[in-house]
Structure formats: C-alpha cells, structure tokens
Design a protein around this ligand. Structure first.
Ligand SMILES: Cc1cc2nc3c(=O)[nH]c(=O)nc-3n(C[C@H](O)[C@H](O)[C@H](O)COP(=O)(O)OP(=O)(O)OC[C@H]3O[C@@H](n4cnc5c(N)ncnc54)[C@H](O)[C@@H]3O)c2cc1C
Length: 467
C-alpha cells in the first residue's frame, strides 16, 4: 500500500456534523478503501485528497459543497473519473464524488431519459437500447456521462444526431454556494448555454434530461484493417470517400497494433495497422452500400465491419483503455485531411513504440454543423476532424518516451490546428482553454463565471477564471 501523502487536518466537529446526515460514504486517508477510492482512470495521476465525499443524492452534494466551503480546501468533482489530466482528484483537498448516483429513468413514449451524474456511458446505453433508443455519446463505455456531456460529447452517433449536448434538455445543479438550480432553454438559459461545453465551471450537475433517438439495436459497424505501412494510401482514399457519405455514417480512423482480442485471429495480433472503424446509424442494407467502397479498397486484411448489436459495438474499444494504465494525450481539431496532414500522420504513426498506444482521428461534420456556433459554449462545430494523439504504457516504464512522441507529432501538425476539443485537453494552461472556446465565447464564459462562481470555487477543471 502506498504511503498516506496528505497531512491536512479536517475540522473534526464539522466533519461529524457532515457525517451525521450523509447517506453516501465519507472516505479519509487511513480508511481501508482510501486507495481504491482515490485512484482514477489515468494511472499516471497519483493524488491524495484529504476527503472523498461519495454522495448518494442531491442532499449529500449540497452538504458536501457547504462543508468544503467552510474548509477553504481545493475541491475536485468526479463522476466517471475519466478526466485525462486528473481533474477528478486533487492533493490535500476534497473530492465530491457522484459515482454512486446511478439513477436512470427512460420514458420510451416521450423519448426522453433522466440520468443521474454517476452513470457511465455503457450503463445509459443498456437502459436506452432496451427500447431501441440512444443518446449520442462517446466510444468507450466506462467513460462518465457527466464529464463527457459537459464538454460536448463526440462519438459514434454524432454525425446523425449531433453532440451529446445537442440532445440535452435540462439539468439539475448545485452551485458554488450550495444552492439547487435547474437550467434549460426556458430556465437559467445563460447557465444552460454555459454548461453545454464549459464543463464543471459553474456548478455540480446532479441530473441530466436527454432527448432519445432511435438506434439499431442492430447496426452495421466495426473496423477494417490495413497494414500501417499503407496508411498514406488508405487515408487518401478514405478522405475522398467520406466527402459525400450520409450523416448516418460516423467513422474513426485508428493507428495502432492489432489488439490480442478473441474476436481477432491470433496470427494478426500485434501487427501495426491503420483501421477505419464505422458505425452506420441507419438500415443495415443501406450501410452496406455506403461502406462498400472502403471495404473494397485494397482488400483490408481483416474486415470486422458487420451487423451487430449497437451495445457490442459501443464496447469494442473498452479493452484498449483500462483503468490504471499510463495515458498522455495531445489533441487538435483539423479542417481536413490534406496531403500534408496525411503524410505527417502516416510517418509519425510508424514511430510509436508502445504496443498499447492507439490514436484516433474522429470524422466530425453532419448534425454537429447544423447547430449554430452561438447555440452552446462548445466551439469547433465546423471542424472536419479531431485527432487525439494518445500515448499509452502499462506502467511508468517507457511513458516519458511515448509522451515525447505524442508531443512531437502534435507539434508537427501545428500549422493545421484549427482549435481543440476541451475534453481532450491535458492541463495545458489558459491559452489552450481560450483556444478551445475562441476569444468571444471565452469572454462570455468569464462573465457567466462571475455570476455563478465569482470565488472560483470550482477551479480544478479546464478553468475559466472569473477575472
Ligand atoms: C477512455 C476514454 C475514452 C473517451 N472517449 C471519449 C469520446 O469518445 N468522446 C468524448 O467526447 N470524450 C471522450 N473522452 C473524454 C471524456 O469526455 C472526458 O474525459 C470526460 O471528462 C470524462 O467524464 P467523467 O465524468 O468520466 O470525468 P471525471 O474525471 O469524473 O470528471 C472530469 C471533469 O468533469 C467535470 N465534472 C464531472 N462530473 C461533473 C458533474 N457531475 N458536474 C459538474 N462537473 C462535472 C469536472 O470538472 C471534472 O473535473 C474519453 C475519455 C477516456 C478516458
């Protein structure tokens, strides 16, 4: 067991008062579950909070916020714990953890769902797919719905139905002074604009209400693989092919080594590949026609793009991103895959050394673009692609080298960056956060922050400082 590395003394009488009514669990250094509870998804982050307040409901969240205010300690908010830079934990502060709050209620007639903040993507899909419905969200089922939604939310259904925030109808929140508020298009509309992209800057969302969309349950989906050495040719063909595919199709290009999955014949395991993974959110027969040209390009050596349950497709990448490995990311939006961009991607991919590294290039467009830039604080709706240069190792061994590869690759693409998706940022400083929103929205967000959190109580995040 690691040493207990916090010596913050909490006010015992205030803590007793908090404990008296708390329905969830309060975990402190020295408690048997402390190390399990303090660890988050990214194993390269190792922090020691003074208290982890695992809330069971809204009343616990309000009590935890009020307690934290009295201590003056830093506060981190956690739902799924998947923040790349580790903003869901802190040293010597208080973690307000919503992961116990799993309530989900689907109304299949109204096609809406009410979802509490601790729900993970796979848990929500399980409930909505029981009715052939879905909220567009991300590509790994263990990701927290809350953090993903509050940054925007990109995934397999985005070109058909938009970002996760584009299906958001309302939220319940607890603000920095412990007040419970609602936000929607008709109530606290300024706050509703802000939380759709600017994360947890304005308060703690305890519950979301989403519109649901018909999906599957069977969809034509999955990856096709070519040798990585053919990346430039595959990407050039891919770029031309996607120029007029329908919005039902979303694709993600991934460079990696073939994982040792039982779905894949052992002879292919470990081969460096470029893969084009598809999800067709429409009739399977229609999808077959749309995807055929890509399937026929240089005959992929393995084609796993077949009809399957949407739930199975959603969990395809899960084994590649387990909790506890060491992860580092550099990301950027790109307008298009020009010849220059493709040549950089193809050559840098060959230089990755860790067998666990896998970096995705998401195809954007479609429904994302049909929502105006002003509608939400999320920025970058006109981008063509988002690249997320993910360096992964199982432990600290080799991590620094792989991180340097990611940084150098990102720098080589710098002339082509058009922005960045806030949920794909590491802890990169104020200029990068401003870049994620653009100067105008950033100023508007600052004004909103002054209204809802003037003391910057919520500052362990992609922070918009009030002044
Ligand atoms: C394996 C993996 C796959 C991913 N895939 C995708 C993807 O396909 N699409 C995509 O869009 N993103 C993706 N992401 C990025 C993801 O959107 C962010 O990491 C997001 O922050 C995760 O949400 P969480 O609840 O798990 O995060 P947490 O680490 O719990 O929280 C992250 C931050 O979000 C804020 N926050 C969390 N919960 C609340 C709340 N209830 N109220 C207010 N603020 C809150 C806080 O600022 C917190 O620091 C992925 C991340 C990982 C690790």
């Amino acid at each position: 067991m690691a040493a207990i590395a916090t010596d913050v003394r909490l006010d015992e009488s205030a803590l007793s008062a908090l404990r008296a009514g708390f329905r969830g669990e309060l975990v402190r250094p020295g408690d048997p579950t402390y190390h399990e509870r303090r660890n988050i998804w990214n194993g390269s982050i190792d922090r020691h909070p003074a208290l982890i307040a695992r809330c069971a409901g809204v009343a616990d969240v309000i009590a935890a916020v009020k307690f934290a205010r009295r201590t003056d300690l830093p506060v981190a908010v956690r739902s799924g714990g998947h923040s790349f830079p580790g903003f869901s934990t802190c040293d010597d502060g208080i973690v307000i953890d919503l992961s116990l709050m799993k309530g989900t209620r689907v109304d299949p007639n109204a096609r809406t769902a009410r979802v509490q903040a601790g729900v993970l993507l796979g848990e929500l899909d399980r409930e909505t797919q029981a009715f052939g419905l879905a909220v567009p969200a991300g590509i790994v089922t263990t990701t927290g719905l809350a953090g993903l939604t509050l940054g925007g939310g990109i995934g397999w259904l985005m070109r058909k139905y938009g970002l996760t925030i584009d299906q958001l109808l309302a939220v319940d929140m607890v603000t920095a002074d412990g007040t419970f508020v609602k936000a929607s298009a008709s109530e606290n509309a300024d706050l509703f604009w802000g939380i759709r992209g600017a994360g947890g800057n304005f308060g703690i969302v305890t519950e979301f209400e989403f519109r649901l969309n018909p999906v599957g349950p069977i969809v034509l989906s999955g990856p096709m693989f070519w040798p990585m050495a053919e990346s430039a040719q595959v990407l050039r063909f891919y770029r031309d092919w996607i120029t007029d595919v329908p919005d039902e199709l979303t694709t993600v290009v991934v460079h990696r080594r073939v994982p040792a999955s039982p779905m894949i014949p052992a002879e292919f395991h470990g081969r460096p590949v470029v893969s084009v993974a598809c999800c067709y959110a429409g009739p399977v027969e229609e999808g077959e026609k749309v995807i055929r040209p890509m399937k026929e390009f240089r005959s992929p050596f393995l084609d796993l793009c077949v009809p399957k349950p949407f739930l199975a497709h959603q969990s395809m990448f899960d084994p590649s991103f387990p909790k506890g490995w060491w992860y580092y990311f550099r990301s950027a939006d790109l307008a298009e895959l020009t010849d220059d961009v493709i040549d950089i991607v193809a050559s840098r991919a060959l230089e990755m050394t860790s067998p666990l590294t896998a970096f995705p290039i998401f195809q954007l467009g479609g429904a994302i673009r049909r929502v105006s830039e002003d509608e939400t604080s999320f920025s970058g709706r006109k981008a063509g692609h988002t690249i997320n240069i993910n360096a992964t190792t199982a432990t600290a061994a080799g991590f620094d080298e792989e991180r340097e590869w990611s940084r150098d690759f990102w720098t080589a693409l710098r002339p082509y960056h058009t922005g960045v998706y806030v949920n794909f940022l590491m802890d990169e400083g104020v200029d990068r956060i401003r870049q994620a929103y653009g100067a105008d929205k950033y100023d508007r967000l600052k004004a909103l922050k002054r209204k809802y959190d003037p003391g910057n109580f919520f500052r362990i995040n992609q922070n918009i400082p009030p002044s």
